[in-house]
Design a protein around this ligand. Structure first.
Ligand SMILES: Cc1cc2nc3c(=O)[nH]c(=O)nc-3n(C[C@H](O)[C@H](O)[C@H](O)COP(=O)(O)OP(=O)(O)OC[C@H]3O[C@@H](n4cnc5c(N)ncnc54)[C@H](O)[C@@H]3O)c2cc1C
Length: 421
């Protein structure tokens, strides 16, 4: 087992770290108050290749392995978790369904522009009445001639209002439940598409979370993504990959909080000596560092399984065989859901991505709690980075599947028929 990074991985890590430290960190305290969407910085990150890392070279991406992608997100989140989620969505859950289910024309139209960072992508599954219960969405799409007409509301859309393409999930066959969900590629210029508001969030204040209303939104039939009724499978498959990104974001955020706490502990004096000389503080730092390492290892392991899965599929495709899509059959909802699928039908990395996301997101919250504690009152002030990290960390156990949903995915695999214990 080799835990060392390649020279290419180190180059990506160091380049992104330098950019985030010099171009982003100095702006963050002000930006956290004024909440601009950092268009210029994201454009620069796109130029550095950070927007299309999982997109193949033939479509303008860098075809990077998932471990390198995780390293990139970790470095971004170490400084600013908001920018990390913007990049995570545009690299992962938005292009993944296009790559897997898109026509050649759709791939050529959207993927190169996403890869260059010319446009951002968005993923619209959640609605005011359905989050974890993704099969319960109410947005409706009805075929009318050579278009579909979409009606409904999508909420918490990351990159909403700043994206050039929205992967939208709507029901074409409501009685079929999850099997009646279909995906569409929607552009903001389509008639009937409207951003109705932005969420006023606890943290991640440099990322945008939009509510979008589709009011008789007319979408050309050629914007259908995959087959009717296959949308939910595609969404859940994309979320498996997305969770590796959220795990990496959690590791990076925790690393940033840990480094700030360590610096402060060495510099702050109480009772005549630096507080770092107290065993209570040392134990906090030791626990933080250990948990971060454990989460990083889980994340990189899930990332390497994803790469192995992609390589396996590529080989099978070359041989002309039919391969099982990764983890597409895993549902976010309870085990009784009809889309749950058998253990054999699940891909290999989905449950591992769930473990990484579960552990890393909860770890980041524990680390940020301790980082604020090490800072004392100063940690409760908006003058410190740890206060921002603490607020930003809270969402990690919620989006791209709550901790409870991750435990369901993990338990279903543990208790599934493929297990011998
Ligand atoms: C900042 C932010 C960005 C987001 N970005 C996007 C995005 O880009 N696209 C998108 O589609 N969505 C996005 N979301 C939505 C996010 O994915 C959902 O919030 C999440 O899936 C949870 O859904 P919910 O909020 O409706 O909670 P609910 O599903 O209502 O759950 C509420 C609570 O009940 C628990 N619960 C529900 N069902 C069960 C069960 N069966 N067993 C045990 N516990 C259960 C949950 O774990 C949770 O604790 C974003 C959310 C946030 C906060």
């Amino acid at each position: 087992m080799d835990f060392s990074f390649t020279s290419d991985q180190l180059l990506v890590r160091d380049t992104v770290r330098q950019f985030m430290e010099t171009e982003m960190r100095p702006l963050l305290r002000e930006y956290d108050r004024t909440e601009p969407f950092p268009v210029e910085q994201i454009r620069r990150l796109g130029e550095l290749g950070c927007c299309g890392m999982l997109i193949p070279e033939e479509y303008g991406g860098t075809s990077t392995d998932t471990v390198t992608y995780a390293l990139m997100l970790e470095e971004v989140a170490r400084v600013d978790a908001s920018t990390a989620v913007t990049l995570s969505v545009t690299n992962s859950v938005a292009p993944a369904p296009i790559l897997r289910h898109g026509t050649e024309a759709q791939k050529k139209k959207y993927l190169p522009r996403l890869a260059r960072g010319e446009i951002l992508g968005a993923f619209c599954l959640t609605e005011p009445g359905a989050g974890s219960d993704a099969a319960g969405i109410q947005t409706r799409a009805v075929r009318e001639g050579d278009s579909y007409v979409i009606n409904g509301t999508k909420s918490w859309v990351t990159n909403g209002g700043f994206s050039g393409v929205y992967v939208v999930f709507a029901k074409t066959d409501p009685p079929a439940g999850g099997r009646g969900v279909t995906a569409f590629l929607v552009e903001p210029s389509f008639p009937g598409f409207r951003i109705s508001r932005y969420e006023d969030k606890m943290g991640l204040r440099l990322s945008r979370s939009a509510e979008i209303i589709f009011e008789d939104c007319r979408v050309p039939a050629k914007s259908l993504l995959g087959a009717e009724g296959q949308g939910l499978k595609g969404a859940l498959g994309a979320l498996d990959g997305g969770r590796i990104g959220i795990a990496a974001q959690s590791v990076g955020l925790a690393q940033g909080a840990f480094e700030a706490a360590t610096r402060y502990a060495k510099q702050r004096r109480a009772f005549g000596h630096p507080i770092a000389e107290n065993q209570a503080i040392q134990w906090m730092l030791a626990d933080m560092a250990t948990e971060i390492e454990a989460a990083r290892a889980l994340t990189h392991y899930a990332a390497s399984l994803r790469d192995a899965e992609s390589a396996r599929q590529a080989t099978e495709n070359r041989k002309g065989g039919v391969s099982t899509p990764p983890s597409e059959a895993i549902n976010q909802v309870g085990a009784s859901a009809p889309e749950a699928g058998s253990f054999e039908a699940r891909g290999r990395y989905g449950p591992q991505a769930a473990r990484a996301k579960l552990y890393a997101s909860e770890m980041a919250n524990r680390v940020c709690y301790r980082a604020v504690q090490v800072h004392g009152a100063v940690g409760y002030s908006r003058e410190t980075d740890v206060e921002r990290y603490y607020r930003d960390a809270r969402v990690l156990t919620i989006y791209e599947g709550t901790s409870e949903m991750q435990r369901i995915i993990i338990a279903r695999e543990l208790l599934g028929p493929g297990r011998t214990w």
